[in-house]
Ligand binder design. Structure first.
Ligand SMILES: [Zn+2]
Length: 257
């Protein structure tokens, strides 16, 4: 599977996360908490120990401790960075798709939109409209079909099952429209990841504690914009790039400012 040199799989990451939380877990407990079979936990732990990500401490089998090494900790943070970044790029794709749906209606002359639904997808639809910055587009949000009184509108329905109101000029089911490009199950997993965002951001802070400027060994500032991700040393006036979620801590790769 995902077993390139030094790469850890999503399954390994789940195990690592449990160990980071509690080093006194037995393999059986890790298996239950991470939702990974006992055999897989055993195999993963051996692999992680061999790679130096996990240290196994203890004298007898009954009182083993699994400790995350600094190398394992950095790997875990790197991996979380990557998941977070992938999540953001998937959301950008969904947003772009929704914006193209809205623009298709706009060029037909439609200006009034109703967002039906109150979940995350409805939030993303609202963000997509706002992101278009078209002043003549008017929109409102409603939670139920019954609240739709206008007929001359484009309804952007975000619920998977909703009752189409007859007579409404244009009715678009967003889940149906995006399902070709983005699997809804995938969207669900993105949602879960977004809900975990806080946890991941806290991890980033922990990674920052470990990372220092290779030149002056000083503190770094983390900057993340949609265009670039970087670590900045204000003392040396150097910007270290973060490529594919991995900080490149090389003086010769850094940009001066
Ligand atoms: Zn420095």
């Amino acid at each position: 599977m995902n077993d390139k040199k030094g790469e850890i799989s999503e399954r390994d990451l789940k195990i690592i996360e449990e160990i980071a939380r509690n080093k006194k877990l037995t393999q059986r407990e890790i298996s239950r908490k991470a939702g990974v079979s006992l055999g897989m936990v055993n195999m993963s732990l051996k692999k992680l120990a061999k790679r130096g990500y996990v240290k196994i401490k203890g004298m007898n089998k009954r009182s083993l401790e699994y400790v995350l090494t600094p190398k394992g900790f950095t790997e875990k943070a790197k991996k979380s960075y990557r998941y977070f970044r992938n999540t953001l790029s998937s959301l950008r794709k969904i947003k772009a798709k929704i914006q193209s749906i809205i623009l298709d209606e706009y060029v037909k002359g439609e200006r009034k939109f109703i967002i039906l639904g109150e979940g995350e997808l409805a939030d993303i639809v609202e963000l997509s409209i706002k992101g278009l910055s078209m002043e003549d587009i008017k929109y409102k949000r409603v939670n139920s079909e019954r609240e739709i009184k206008e007929k001359e509108v484009v309804v952007l329905a975000t619920k998977e099952r909703c009752r189409k109101i007859s007579g409404v000029k244009c009715w678009i089911s967003i889940p149906e429209k995006i399902v070709g490009d983005i699997n809804l199950k995938y969207f669900e997993s993105i949602k879960t990841k977004m809900q975990k965002k806080e946890k991941i951001m806290a991890l980033d802070k922990e990674l920052l504690k470990i990372l220092v400027c290779p030149k002056c060994k000083g503190e770094l500032e983390y900057k993340c914009t949609p265009e670039e991700e970087a670590l900045i040393c204000h003392k040396c006036r150097l910007i270290y790039p973060v490529k594919d979620g991995i900080p490149v801590m090389l003086i010769e790769e850094a940009k001066k400012f």
